[in-house]
Design a protein around this ligand. Structure first.
Ligand SMILES: Nc1ncnc2c1ncn2[C@@H]1O[C@H](COP(=O)(O)OP(=O)(O)OP(=O)(O)O)[C@@H](O)[C@H]1O
Length: 241
């Protein structure tokens, strides 16, 4: 029986057929503003709030204070409280870049994994590997090592991946092979704002709904509509954007 980690995100667990496979690494791809960070914050926040599961958030883009502000402004009101009491551990760019090579950061993390019983990890973003390694071969080796360590420590991980194009690119990068799951967040501009969609393209060992489903971002985070018509039925006033 495959164990699943629920995201707690309305509609997403349903299209994932229950949740993300436990101990797996899933790539969350999308262009800027598509909602990658919000999905990841929500995954970690819901872990503590709904499932009593501790989480680690690794970010190279922001510092802890900014992340706290972003989380609380979207409605994850107790984010700061959870960080302060240790249910959520944030490794921000100040901490991660203080170590100037990846092995030192990795050791720091390993010690923490051993000392604490975490369940969920977010890495925002995969582009950090570009920062540490210029050499493609070295990048691959460490990425593989990193995903192995995560899985050995029973961690369910989301990694974000910045995409240039609005629609998923057809060229499949190495990171897609190294990860167990692939979630794409897509946004398309409309006259009044933007339409948002989620596409779970892959989830190893799981029978998933591979259609593209509409989603929205509003106070409280992401909600996925399982019925494609739900989005078009929303009135302009209901549209958060
Ligand atoms: N309270 C809110 N209500 C509606 N939409 C919101 C709210 N807060 C943020 N958003 C939307 O969420 C999007 C930001 O999402 P997020 O930061 O997760 O994107 P991202 O994919 O991580 O982008 P980047 O790669 O630039 O960090 C923005 O497009 C913003 O319009």
């Amino acid at each position: 029986m495959i164990e699943l980690t629920k995201t707690g995100i309305d509609g997403l667990d349903e299209i994932l057929n229950g949740g993300i496979v436990k101990n797996s690494t899933t790539l969350v791809s999308g262009n800027p503003g598509a909602g990658k960070s919000i999905l990841c914050l929500q995954f970690i926040y819901n872990g503590v709030e709904q499932f009593d599961e501790k989480g680690i958030y690794l970010t190279f883009e922001e510092d802890e204070e900014d992340l706290r502000e972003a989380a609380e402004s979207i409605g994850f009101d107790k984010w700061g409280e959870y960080v302060d009491n240790g249910d959520i551990k944030v490794y921000d760019k100040k901490v991660l870049l203080r170590e100037n090579d990846f092995s030192s950061s990795l050791e720091l993390l390993l010690d923490d994994f051993e000392d604490n019983d975490y369940d969920r990890v977010v890495l925002d973003s995969l582009a950090m590997f570009e920062l540490f390694f210029e050499n493609e071969q070295e990048k691959r080796t460490y990425l593989l090592k990193f995903t192995d360590i995560l899985s050995q420590n029973d961690l369910t991980t989301l990694m974000t991946n910045e995409q240039g194009a609005v629609f998923p690119e057809t060229e499949i990068g190495l990171e897609n092979y190294l990860t167990d799951g692939n979630i794409y967040l897509i946004q398309t501009p409309t006259e009044s704002g933007v339409n948002r969609y989620v596409w779970v393209a892959k989830m190893r060992k799981q029978d998933i709904e591979t259609d593209i489903f509409p989603m929205e971002i509003s106070h409280g985070g992401i909600r996925v509509h399982q019925n494609a018509s739900a989005f078009s039925m929303m009135s302009e006033d209901d549209n958060p954007l």
